[in-house]
Ligand binder design. Structure first.
Ligand code: HEC
Ligand code: HEC
Length: 324
């Protein structure tokens, strides 16, 4: 089983390497003979800075000494969060589940594109967020810290937050600071005319996703506790406040990155439909909810999501559970 994980991850890496092509890849630096981008690509790139996505350094290039040690610890926390920061993880996720290739891949929330963009104002909590705030937010929502042993995200100044930032800084080596970079976050496929269809999404899910993520979105955890395929809903998934519960965000992530190693193969409509299907299921409660679901819906969910539409109360296990 371990071998299968490795095989799948290797396949993803191979696909990535091939996908990078000769233009802008490490083996062949950008050459003048690179063909001009196709018209659709050119249009999409208009709003982005020239130069393509950033290429972070190779893992082998991490320096020796205290800085290098911190970077390496940060990489471990990012890729196996339950093992290296388990006291603050209340679901079955690692950061890398949504920030692919250890936070290196463009269009999959790359860390190098985030590094130079904080502090920044966020509508989510109506305040200026430092990088520490941002990282604590990931623990609070995507990692469902309320269900963890500590019941909250790592405190300000915690070595976990320092090491994660050292890793980010290193991935951003050579990247421009305070600049909106190409490949940041997730792409935004247009919503299908007439809206997305949960029913059509259920079919996409059964055909193209259930194989790995399970018929009930439960994912797959091996006997040794290693999460082979992360859950998409239920008690062990990201909670109702996580960025991924927004249909547009999930559609963008899925379109660019899923099925694993076959990113870009779904149509925009398929990506939206399956995003709506996944996010119409129950998951741990929104930690911002202090009153009723209707109140939290009105205050925090004025975006494209299913919160409050018969879901949002949270899974009982997800609220109380500590991580094993
Ligand atoms: C379930 C998926 C998921 C997991 C797990 C996850 N994230 Fe994220 N992360 C997202 C999404 C989606 C966004 C995009 C912003 C939003 O809407 O919240 C994001 C945004 C970020 C950003 C800001 C990116 C930018 O360009 O501004 C950082 C930094 C980040 N995550 C770090 C982490 C770290 C560190 C962890 C682990 C402790 C983690 N994330 C776990 C989904 C996830
Ligand atoms: C071959 C197995 C495989 C298939 C098929 C697959 N996934 Fe994934 N998926 C993964 C793995 C593995 C990850 C975590 C990636 C990592 O950690 O590097 C993931 C991550 C995700 C995530 C973010 C993490 C989370 O748990 O929320 C979403 C959302 C997702 N997949 C949706 C889908 C959808 C929708 C489909 C079908 C269109 C799909 N996946 C098909 C293996 C797969």
């Amino acid at each position: 089983m371990q071998a299968m994980t490795v095989a799948i991850r290797t396949a993803a890496l191979v696909a990535l390497t091939l996908g990078a092509g000769a233009c802008g890849s490490k083996e062949a630096p950008p050459a003048p003979e690179c063909p001009p981008p196709a018209p659709a690509e050119a249009a999409a790139d208009e709003a982005k800075p020239a130069g393509g996505a950033h290429l972070p350094p190779d893992y082998d290039a991490i320096p020796e000494g205290p800085l290098g040690d911190s970077i390496r610890r940060g990489a471990l926390i990012f890729t196996d969060t339950p093992k290296h920061a388990g006291d603050y993880v209340g679901d079955s996720h690692s950061c890398v589940n949504c920030h692919l290739d250890a936070g290196r891949r463009a269009d999959a929330g790359p860390l190098w594109a985030a590094w130079g963009m904080y502090p920044d104002y966020r509508e989510k909590d109506h305040k200026m967020n430092t990088m520490e705030d941002r990282l604590r937010g990931c623990f609070t929502y995507s990692m469902n810290a309320q269900g963890s042993a500590k019941g909250e995200p790592p405190p300000y100044g915690d070595p976990i937050l320092v090491d994660l930032q050292a890793y980010m800084r290193w991935l951003a080596t050579g990247a421009p600071a305070a600049t909106e970079m190409s490949g940041r976050g997730y792409p935004a496929p247009p919503k299908p005319e007439g809206g997305a269809s949960k029913e059509d999404g259920a079919k996409v899910y059964a055909e193209k996703c259930a194989l790995c993520h399970g018929e009930n979105g439960e994912g797959k955890t091996l006997a040794d506790g290693h999460v082979q395929f992360p859950p998409l809903w239920g008690a062990n998934a990201y909670n109702w406040g996580a960025g991924m519960h927004r249909n547009n965000t999930a559609a963008g992530f899925i379109k660019a990155n899923m099925p694993l190693s076959q990113g870009g193969t779904l149509s925009d409509k398929e990506a939206w439909d399956v995003a709506v299907f996944i996010n119409s299921h129950e998951r741990p409660k929104d930690p911002r909810q202090v009153g009723t679901v209707a109140e939290a819906d009105a205050e925090f969910h004025a975006h494209d999501c299913s919160y409050g539409e018969g879901v949002g109360a949270g899974t009982p296990e997800g609220d109380a559970k500590g991580h094993g």
